[in-house]
Each structure stands twice: as structure tokens, then as C-alpha cells.
Design a binder for this molecule. Structure first.
Ligand code: BES
Ligand code: MG
Ligand code: ZN
Length: 495
């Protein structure tokens, strides 16, 4: 088994009759009130009470420890012909965050069980998207175990949720796709594999608005960063994979260019990482590329009046006779020279090419890069927030808000000009790392990238912390999270 497919959402119209025995389980919401926990009135709660002659007050009185805090759950056995269980789930005050927690609880509870669940947790469309995301994404699995993969769960909602379900499905599918690429092991995943996987995903979307172009070999001559890093694995060598969303008539729409770090494995190169604990997670070092690709593909469904181009900067950072050395000087796209000091700071080299190429050739209105760039980002913010850098405060605020809305967070960090001299080199235009030890490794990396964005409106997302989870928590399961996908889709949809 590699990955299971995402759960399925079905809607029974607001006017149709509800029969609990069409499903394996029913979930109803309990709210925290001054008088204690109370099962919320809803057509689904009514149906389960009628069909099974239940009195919720009596049931709840048997569970004195249940307070209806968001995410608390009681499982009550039912004597139905098909429907065998009732879940009473706390939704706290029914805030968006609470419905998100409730979604995660129910999602985990039924994970891998192939159940059909009548989901009565939503009373209005307001928080439906975050709730459905939580239900689905907390069920993500990826493994190479030989056992058969479970059939997905089905959740049936009752009410007018068509629009929300459709949008949620787009977000979930995009996160799922990115996570599948991120979890693939690097014995299979190299830059050529990334191109094949991208083409397959585009083909599956079956949209005339999406195109893919792959650059390799001599076509990458001007991309000195990609060549320097990717030269460590000459077979197959690096790839620049360009995915475009440009429907007919979109030539004058605003253009968003997304650049993703696509390091298919990061050993550190000659500046080798130490030990498996540092190195094993580095199969996920192409998360940025996966995120920008999945975001762009989702546009086929979201259909914003925006053109989107993803540049996936793919290379492996290995040790070999053709790998770069500390002290090399490389020439990035556009002619800037860079002194390479630490071959483990490879991400910024491939991104610099992508950013300069976007600035010089693609005329972006918005230029955004996504990368698992620095361990320092995780030290600063932990796992729940991507580190976001931009000179454009209004834009950063909008992106921050999109993240809060959709549950995929980013925190605006400062580009500290005083640290810029860290990038001084005696022999090249810039050094690529901070040899003066200012600290703030995520900031100096961002300052380096900024040298390549010209005058563009630029945002950098360092997802080194948020891109991986050490445990099942929230919508994330242990492993790659695809941090940034929901955030970027929701932001672009709002443009
Ligand atoms: N891919 C790593 C960053 C990373 C570290 C991502 C931990 C996820 C978890 C990146 O290529 C790297 O090695 N960065 C170095 C930069 C340093 C050499 C200036 C780092 O953060 O230590
Ligand atoms: Mg590295
Ligand atoms: Zn890396």
C-alpha cells in the first residue's frame, strides 16, 4: 500500500428524509452551555433520537466527565440493522477552530475503518470548509506496507453545503497529491521522477488550461544554481519543471509565479549532515516544489481570474565526483555570482535561479517561493507556522489572514537589513550563507533570496518547520504536511 484515497463527501438535500440505517454510524454535535453539555438540535440528531428512541440528556448524564469541549468524543453503541454506533462530539462554542478540532477527532476515530458516517456536526456553511478539511486530512496515510489499503470513509452531510464541499474537495485533493509526492522515498524520487509525476497529475486533471514544460541538460546552462547542486547526481541530473495555469483569454490577468524548492534528497553534500535523524527526513526536501505544483493544479477547479505559473526547481544534493565543493563560485540565472561555502545551504541556490528567471522572463505581479529552507525556521516558530518574509506588509497581512481562515498558518517575519552584510564575499557578488554568524539563519537566507527578485512583489515561505509533523496532530499526520497548499490556494482564490 502507498496511499489511501481521500474520504468521500455526499450531501443529502435539506428537504430529503434522513434514515440513520443507511449509514454505519451517526455523529451529532454537543455544545458547551451554562447548564452543561447539550446535544444540539438538528434534523440528524432528531432522526437518530426517533429511530433509536434515544434521550440525549439521559445518555449525557451517564458520562459525567464529558464537558462538550471541542474535540471530546463519546461513542454509544446502537442496536440498528446497519447503524451500530453514535458519536457525540463536543463542538465547544462552534467556532471555526472548534469545528476544526471536532473534525480531526471524528476523522481519526474512523480512520482506516471504511465506514459511512452521517455527519451532523455542521449547522451552517460558515465553518464547513475547515471542518471538512480536518475530517479528511487527519486520515491521510502513506506507507509501503504490503497490506491492502482500506477503502475510504464516506461522510454524508445534510443541508446546503454543495459549494463548501466542492471547494474542500479541491483543497483536500491538492494536499493529498502534494503529500503523496513528499512521502515517496528517494530511491524512486529523483528530479526525472518529479517530472513524470507532475505530468501524470496534470493529465489526470484533464484541463486545457494546464500545461507542463520540463527543462533539462543544456537547456539549464544558464541555471548555475540548479546545475551546481544537481550535478551531484548526473543521472538523471536536475530538472526545471514549469506548470502553467492559463485559461483561454487570460493573457492580461494578474500573474502569480510560484517557485518551489525541489531537492529530492538532501544529504548536505560535502557539508554532510550528521546521523540518520538529521538526514532521513530529507526525502521531504522537495516539499516546496510539490506544494507549488499542487496549488497550480487546483486552479483548474478554483478557476480564479489569475494566471499561475509554478517553477519546480528539482535537484538532488548528494556526494559524488561531480558534486560541488565549499569554495566554488557559481553564476546564477541572470549573471549574479555566488560563493558557495556550505553545500548544505543548497536550497537557496536552486531558488535563486528560479526567482531570477521569474523576475527576468515571466513578468510576475506576485512572486512567491516556498521552501524547506532552514532549520532555523523551525527553531523560531516550531511546527504550526510557516515563516513568511515580505517587504509588502499589506500582502503579508492578506496571506496571514488566508492562513488563519483555512487553518494553514504563516507568520510575518522581519527582513533585517542590518544582517545583509552577512552575505558579503571577497571574491563573488555574494556569499550564500552568513559567515559572520549574525544568527537568524532563516532571515539571512531570506535576505539572500531577495537579491534575486528585482522589484517584484515577493513573498518567501520557509516551511522547514511547518512542512513536517513529528506526530499526528491537527490535520497533520506524522510526516510531510504539505504546508502552504491550502494557504496559497485560498489566497489566490481571494485575489
Ligand atoms: N533542507 C535543509 C533545511 C531543513 C532542516 C529542512 C531541517 C527541514 C528540517 C537545508 O537545505 C539546510 O540544510 N539548511 C541549513 C542551512 C545552513 C547550512 C546555512 C540549515 O538550516 O542548517
Ligand atoms: Mg541542505
Ligand atoms: Zn535542503
Amino acid at each position: 500500500m502507498k496511499t489511501a484515497t481521500p474520504p468521500i463527501f455526499r450531501i443529502s438535500g435539506a428537504k430529503s428524509a434522513i434514515s440513520c440505517n443507511d449509514t454505519d454510524a451517526v455523529a451529532v454535535a454537543a455544545e458547551l452551555t451554562e447548564a452543561g453539555p447539550l446535544v444540539l438540535k438538528s434534523p440528524i440528531a432528531q432522526a437518530v433520537a426517533d429511530e433509536f428512541a434515544l434521550d440525549f440528556t439521559t445518555i449525557l448524564s451517564q458520562w459525567p466527565e464529558f464537558t462538550a469541549k471541542a474535540g471530546e468524543l463519546i461513542e454509544v453503541p446502537l442496536a440498528g440493522t446497519r447503524c451500530k454506533r453514535l458519536f457525540i462530539i463536543g463542538v465547544g462554542s462552534q467556532s471555526s477552530a472548534d469545528l476544526r478540532k471536532a473534525g480531526v477527532t471524528l476523522g481519526r476515530k474512523v480512520k482506516g475503518k471504511s465506514l459511512t458516517v452521517l455527519n451532523g456536526l455542521l449547522s451552517s456553511p460558515e465553518s464547513a470548509v475547515v471542518h471538512l478539511n480536518a475530517l479528511a486530512l487527519s486520515q491521510y496515510v502513506w506507507s509501503k506496507k504490503s497490506e491492502k489499503k482500506p477503502a475510504p470513509c464516506t461522510f454524508i452531510l445534510h443541508g446546503n453545503f454543495e459549494k463548501q464541499v466542492k471547494y474542500s474537495q479541491t483543497l483536500i485533493e491538492a494536499v493529498w497529491l502534494a503529500r503523496d509526492l513528499i512521502h515517496e522515498t528517494s530511491d524512486e524520487k529523483n528530479p526525472a521522477w518529479m517530472a513524470t509525476a507532475t505530468k501524470a497529475a496534470v493529465k489526470k486533471k484533464n484541463s486545457a488550461a494546464l500545461t507542463v514544460e520540463v527543462l533539462s541538460g543544456a537547456a539549464l546552462n544558464k541555471f548555475g544554481g540548479l546545475r551546481a547542486v544537481g550535478g551531484s547526481q548526473p543521472n538523471p541530473g536536475p530538472r526545471l519543471i514549469q506548470v502553467t495555469y492559463a485559461p483561454r483569454g487570460s493573457a492580461h490577468w494578474p500573474h502569480v509565479v510560484l517557485v518551489g524548492k525541489g531537492i529530492t534528497y538532501d544529504t548536505g553534500g560535502y557539508s554532510l549532515k550528521r546521523g540518520w535523524e538529521e538526514m532521513a527526513p530529507m526525502k521531504t526536501d522537495m516539499s516546496g516544489a510539490a506544494v507549488v505544483m499542487a496549488t497550480t493544479l487546483a486552479m483548474a477547479e478554483v478557476q480564479p481570474k489569475v494566471r499561475v505559473t509554478a517553477l519546480m526547481m528539482c535537484a538532488a544534493n548528494l556526494i559524488s565526483g561531480t558534486a560541488q565543493r565549499p569554495s566554488d563560485v557559481i553564476t546564477q540565472y541572470g549573471g549574479t555570482t555566488v560563493e558557495v561555502l556550505d553545500t548544505d545551504a543548497e536550497g537557496r541556490l536552486v531558488l535563486a535561479d528560479g526567482l531570477a528567471y521569474a523576475d527576468l522572463e515571466l513578468i510576475p505581479d506576485y512572486l512567491v517561493d516556498v521552501a524547506t529552507l532552514t532549520g532555523a525556521a523551525r527553531v523560531g516558530l516550531g511546527r504550526q507556522y510557516a515563516a513568511m518574509y515580505s517587504r509588502d506588509t499589506a500582502l503579508a497581512t492578506r496571506i496571514h489572514e488566508a492562513g488563519k481562515r483555512i487553518g494553514d498558518n504563516a507568520w510575518h517575519m522581519p527582513l533585517v537589513d542590518e544582517y545583509a552584510e552577512a552575505l558579503h564575499s571577497d571574491i563573488a557578488d555574494y556569499a550564500h550563507i552568513d559567515r559572520k554568524k549574525f544568527g537568524g539563519g532563516s532571515i539571512t537566507a531570506a535576505l539572500f533570496l531577495e537579491k534575486f527578485v528585482g522589484k517584484r512583489r515577493w513573498v518567501h515561505l520557509d516551511i522547514a518547520g511547518s512542512g513536517r509533523s513529528d506526530s499526528d496532530s491537527g490535520e497533520n499526520v506524522k510526516g510531510g504536511t504539505a504546508s502552504g497548499v491550502r494557504l496559497l490556494i485560498d489566497w489566490i482564490a481571494s485575489l
